[in-house]
Design a protein around this ligand. Structure first.
Ligand SMILES: C[S@@+](CC[C@H](N)C(=O)[O-])C[C@H]1O[C@@H](n2cnc3c(N)ncnc32)[C@H](O)[C@@H]1O
Length: 177
């Protein structure tokens, strides 16, 4: 993917071709407004560095970038935050390769539960596992609900967390066992 020159790596020209690069803060509504709605949006490995309420607000902001029926990929985020926003906004969790994607980042798994960015092991005993562990979502227009599409047998509303520590993460995980 890259050309290397000493310590500097540059994205290969054939990959850069046809891509418009823009830099912005996705916490700012102006950044979202400056970009047109897209078919696919990827939010990877940065929401976990924000406190939960900020990550939630940011994720809602990012979701505005996705065209109706488009796809949003979100990884590297507190799972309570992702599950809550997906639930409240009625996102359809894509089931294809769900386990492979969740289990794919070995580095994040080794952090759990002691590091805030650690990734909880996939737990099929949770009623909401098909939503909680999905990293890909299809975003539906406001008048459509996930339940119109498919019965995922997912739990009622999850509660918001304002604090995420090794203790709260472990307790939440054990409660679901
Ligand atoms: C850990 S790196 C992840 C890079 C890449 N997305 C990945 O998954 O490998 C976090 C990146 O998120 C960017 N970032 C953090 N907060 C941001 C924000 N509010 N708006 C836009 N980018 C942000 C940082 O500049 C940094 O490049």
């Amino acid at each position: 993917m890259f050309d290397r020159d000493g310590d500097v790596v540059t994205v290969k020209s054939w990959i850069k071709e046809g891509i418009k690069w823009q830099v912005g803060d996705v916490l700012e509504p102006e950044t979202i407004e400056a970009l047109r709605p897209q078919d696919i949006v990827i939010a990877s490995n940065f929401l976990c560095h924000m406190p939960p309420l900020m990550a939630e607000s940011c994720l809602r902001n990012i979701a505005r970038l996705v065209r109706p029926y488009g796809y949003l990929f979100v990884s590297g985020i507190d799972l309570d935050v992702r599950t809550k926003v997906a639930d409240v906004l009625g996102w359809h969790p894509v089931q294809e390769l769900l386990e492979e994607i969740h289990e794919g980042d070995l580095c994040m798994k080794t952090f759990w539960p002691w590091h805030y960015a650690g990734l909880e092991p996939l737990n099929k005993k949770r009623r909401d596992w098909k939503r909680r562990y999905a990293a890909a979502f299809q975003l539906l227009p406001c008048d459509k609900k996930t339940s119109d599409w498919v019965n995922l047998d997912i739990s009622p509303k999850v509660t918001a967390t304002t604090e995420s520590t090794p203790e709260t993460r472990t307790k939440s995980y054990l409660r679901a066992q």
